[in-house]
Ligand binder design. Structure first.
Ligand code: IMP
Length: 432
């Protein structure tokens, strides 16, 4: 299979960065197709830490081309910072390693201010966004007022006109409704010009064409999703979702590739569940179990540093994610974090208004009323981080993996047992 889509199958932070990093070394092209600087993964190269929000982690491999496709909301200030940080660390020496679509929506400082102002105004009703301006940027795209990446290199008067048109509404909202500082067109143009100068070498105009050619010639293309399936704008826990489609279908739309392509879909799944921000989470553990998962799993956001809410694995939600994404195999992450629990719970059904259900409910308010029904698996005490094959895992850990795979009727092709690249058990090769 020349193409592989990697999606998060929970509420994000499933460990996609590590999988994409490992998978990238076997890919020719890595494509980021939705979301923006709300995503984040930390890379450690030669002991130096770099946090990437927009650039695919494939950038660590010199032979890999990384693309940022049309579906992404591109925070150009953050992108310039990331590029500089990579260069300081001796990476991204060749500009051909990073190609940016002219059709990306440009995210500017006023989107962030609007996002933060809105959240502040919502008080207890807030979504718990990352504050990175994602919602306002996608709204602007839908309102047909957005600046796109190609505008940065076009006639200056056109850019100015577009910015003036966009700012008319935004400044009105900021000043009159939220009582926040407005933005000046001239200040923004200065920021944009500086960024355009730094980014011009990465302009690729039509990334869809590049992806199409790569797939046609049998090159290995990896589509890197951000956030998780349950944060999808249409199929997630609305309104507590992000503002893009996080599902595998979005890889096609966001990068301009048709559905007749033969692509595998790998769902990244943590061995337990986490969520950041507000919204329903049936298996959340607000007791010492949640605390232990958070501590052992270092469950703090890479973008905002917020504590992640933690709980047991939810197979009802996972089956839904498998269905709506068309997931063909799973990568099970952070299995090592479960070492030390006497017993491990797995949610296999919900109780909704006195009835047992096994299909994830999508009607408004229903998920919040669901109570999890668990089966209990035996835990294990052994440290898993040194295992190098499935056989090295203790029996109850193997049983847990087997139980998940058969309950979900989906193969688990990868198991991660620690942050290192070598702490990855390959059950079946990729791109096979
Ligand atoms: P936004 O994407 O910043 O608008 O935030 C909307 C919701 O998505 C909030 O609950 C965020 O916590 C969540 N979210 C956005 N990006 C991520 C991510 O990369 N990991 C986990 N949650 C995320």
């Amino acid at each position: 299979m020349p193409g592989l889509i990697v999606v998060g199958s929970q509420w994000g932070d499933e460990g996609k960065g590590k999988v994409v990093d490992v998978f990238s070394s076997q890919s020719d092209l890595v494509v980021r197709y939705q979301g923006g600087a709300n995503a984040g993964h930390t890379l450690v190269v030669d002991g130096k830490k770099t946090v990437l929000h927009l650039i695919p982690s494939g950038i660590l491999h010199e032979q890999v081309t990384c693309m940022i496709a049309a579906g992404v909301v591109l925070d150009i200030v953050t992108l310039c910072e990331e590029i500089r940080a990579l260069k300081v660390n001796g990476l991204l020496k060749n500009p051909k390693q990073l190609l940016i679509s002219d059709s990306c929506t440009v995210l500017l400082p006023y989107h962030r201010r609007l996002d933060l102002a809105r959240e502040k105004a919502l008080g207890n009703e807030k979504i718990g966004t990352t504050g990175r301006g994602i919602g306002p940027a996608y709204e602007e795209r839908a309102s047909r007022k957005a600046i796109v990446f190609g505008d940065l290199f076009g006639p200056k008067d056109v850019l100015k006109q577009k910015l003036e048109a966009a700012l008319k509404e935004k400044n009105f909202l900021l000043e009159s409704y939220y009582k926040e500082e407005p933005f000046k067109v001239e200040d923004l143009i200065k920021v944009i010009d500086e960024c355009a100068e730094e980014l011009k070498d990465y302009r690729s105009k039509d990334t869809s064409l590049g992806i199409h050619k790569a797939l046609r010639s049998g090159k290995k293309v990896l589509f890197e999703g951000a956030q998780g399936s349950l944060l999808d704008l249409l199929h997630g826990t609305y309104p507590y979702v992000t503002s893009s489609s996080t599902l595998a279908g979005s890889a096609l739309v966001g990068s301009g590739v048709g559905p007749s392509q033969n692509l595998d879909v790998v769902g990244i799944t943590k061995a337990y569940t986490t969520r950041v921000g507000s919204g329903p989470f049936p298996t959340e553990c607000t007791d010492e179990v949640g605390e232990e998962l958070r501590k052992k799993g270092h469950e703090f956001g890479a973008t905002t540093g917020r504590e992640r809410r933690c709980g047991w694995l939810d197979l009802v939600a996972l089956k839904y994610a498998i269905r709506v994404n068309g997931i063909t195999s799973l990568a099970l992450m952070k299995l090592d974090v479960l070492s030390g629990f006497d017993e491990i719970k797995v949610c296999t059904a919900y109780e909704l208004d006195g009835q047992e259900i096994t299909e994830y409910p999508v009607s408004p308010g229903e998920l919040a009323r669901c109570k999890p029904k668990y089966v209990t698996q035996k835990g294990w005490k052994e440290d898993l981080t040194q295992a190098r094959s499935l056989k090295d895992l203790p029996r109850y850990a193997q049983d847990y993996v087997q139980f998940l795979s058969s309950s979900l009727a989906t193969p688990i092709d990868v198991i991660s047992i620690g942050p290192g690249r070598d702490q990855t058990l390959w059950i079946r090769p990729l791109f096979s």
